[in-house]
Design a protein around this ligand. Structure first.
Ligand code: MGP
Ligand code: SAH
Length: 269
């Protein structure tokens, strides 16, 4: 075998790739040997990312380094369902809607769909959205996920009724986030909505997504985030007239004894 790395949407005329294309997604055939050096550590973690990896999970490069590990996705889902059930009544999560604003390859959306009534999974990147669709099929939860190829900032004002949960896991600027002593929300830049030309930073992204836009907003943050800044962002709705109070919590999540991520949580009082 040559060392050629397979990509999503390879030109099928270029080589014998047609057998790999399923529902518009190239199965890619990632192997340890074919992965670029900076991604090899994620190959070793593949079953921690997806217990059904061998059933045909698809990811592109950004998918590999940003997907939420399965156990963390399950924990996040349980945490959100617990809040919604205690706020809205036992079992309320089963009929409630979660918006996964930056769904990527589906690591969170798929776990949410196993517990909530409906998931709206949004991604601006068509390739990753197709990965998420295929991965949801593998986990048998496609019927509870509505996939939307769009900019979350364009969808946010159209959400009616308001969802119970808005989950935010935007790009952090790649794996190099780790080289910053303290990660600031200004390192996050989300493409502007159609009505604006100015990118939206992490602080404003959080503020726009807080109650009353939902009952609960969760932000998936780098483990080296500035906790004080995160708490302030989660406590301050940009809708100054909403009169809605929130409780804020920051949780550190460990996986196999290793510090993984922070969860910033804002819940309507
Ligand atoms: P990591 O630092 O790349 O992995 O990301 P790890 O295994 O902790 O690295 P180590 O070698 O330092 O131990 C930690 C977690 O953050 C990953 O499991 C992803 O879920 C998440 N993650 C990483 N990045 C670069 C992003 C990102 O840009 N966006 C989002 N939403 N999540 C990310
Ligand atoms: N939680 C996901 C990973 C998210 S990575 C998982 O577990 O798989 C962040 C994703 O945000 C990327 O797929 C990127 O394409 C998407 N994204 C970036 N800007 C966006 C925007 N404005 N609206 C929607 N998605 C966006």
């Amino acid at each position: 075998m040559g060392k050629k790395r397979r990509r999503l949407y390879e030109d099928s005329s270029a080589e014998d790739t047609s057998a790999h294309v399923v529902n518009g997604v190239d199965k890619m055939n990632w192997t340890f040997e074919s992965m670029p050096p900076h991604l090899k550590k994620y190959w070793a973690a593949r079953y921690s990312l997806w217990s059904r990896y061998d059933s045909g999970i698809v990811m592109d490069e950004e998918g590999w380094y940003s997907v939420t590990p399965e156990a963390v996705g399950r924990y996040i889902t349980d945490r959100c369902a617990g809040v919604i059930d205690s706020r809205l009544g036992e079992g309320a999560s089963l009929t409630s809607t979660v918006v996964d604003a930056f769904c990527g390859a589906g690591g969170n959306a798929i776990q949410f769909a196993a517990r909530f009534g409906k998931v709206i999974a949004i991604d601006i990147d068509e390739t990753r959205l197709r990965c998420a669709k295929e991965n949801a099929r593998i986990y048998g939860v496609s019927d509870r996920i509505e996939f939307i190829h769009a900019n979350y900032l364009d969808i946010l004002p159209t959400l009616n009724p308001k969802p119970a949960v808005i989950f935010l896991s935007p790009p952090w600027g790649g794996p190099s986030y780790r080289s910053q002593a303290t990660f600031q929300l200004s390192s996050i830049e989300v493409a502007p909505s159609k009505s604006s030309s100015v990118p939206v930073g992490g602080y404003e992204l959080i503020q726009r997504s807080l109650p009353p836009q939902c009952d609960m907003c969760m932000f998936y943050a780098p483990r080296n985030s500035d906790v004080a800044e995160l708490s302030t962002a989660l406590g301050n709705s940009s809708d100054g007239n909403s009169g809605v109070g929130v409780n804020v919590e920051i949780e550190r999540v460990f996986l196999n004894g290793r510090d993984k991520v922070l969860l910033g949580i804002s819940v309507r009082q």
